[in-house]
Ligand binder design. Structure first.
Ligand SMILES: C[S@@+](CC[C@H](N)C(=O)[O-])C[C@H]1O[C@@H](n2cnc3c(N)ncnc32)[C@H](O)[C@@H]1O
Length: 159
């Protein structure tokens, strides 16, 4: 399975980089993992509603340009579907059974994801109703995808 994580902005924090590298390495035993960073749209601190839509729209176009037509897209969104780790594992297992070999998880920038990205998404995933920084979200996601593969293989994973 090819897992890609399309994400907005460059990861700067060393502690997050190290964590993501570690889980990506572990995950690579089960799937091909690709983290695609797209540049965030530079914007002032305060923005009008219209400007916010424009920023999200531009970032959205960049995100969509990185997603192949045959990819199954899962958009990370606070208001998305909440799943247990076992349910995420089941989702990935079912996709593999249906021959879906390209899965693209999408993480938005500080303003979130555009309407067009949400429209392209085949599914959504929420990690709770809390807002996480998008860079931390990357680490949490890689760990949960790794956990999902371990669950599907019936391999031990401390709970
Ligand atoms: C800082 S958040 C954006 C917050 C923005 N106000 C919104 O409502 O989307 C950046 C990105 O991280 C991801 N994210 C943050 N918290 C999340 C959560 N609890 N569940 C799923 N994704 C989350 C989403 O992809 C979001 O677009």
């Amino acid at each position: 399975m090819n897992i890609s994580i399309v994400t907005v902005g460059k990861l700067k924090e060393k502690y997050l980089k190290q964590g993501i590298e570690e889980y990506s390495k572990r995950l690579s035993a089960y799937a091909k993992i690709d983290i695609i960073e797209i540049p965030d749209e530079k914007a002032p601190e305060t923005l009008s509603e219209q400007e916010m839509l424009q920023v999200k729209g531009k970032e959205g176009e960049r995100i969509l340009s990185k997603i192949p037509d045959d990819a199954h897209v899962i958009a990370l969104a606070i208001e998305g579907k909440m799943k247990s780790s076992e349910e995420l594992a089941e989702t990935l297992d079912k996709l593999a059974t249906y021959g879906k070999s390209k899965i693209a998880f999408v993480i938005g920038g500080s303003l979130g994801l555009s309407k067009d990205v949400m429209k392209r998404a085949n599914d959504t995933l929420s990690f709770s109703r809390m807002t996480f920084p998008h860079q931390l979200m990357r680490l949490i996601l890689v760990e949960q995808v790794y956990r999902a593969f371990r669950i599907n293989r019936g391999e031990p994973y401390h709970k």
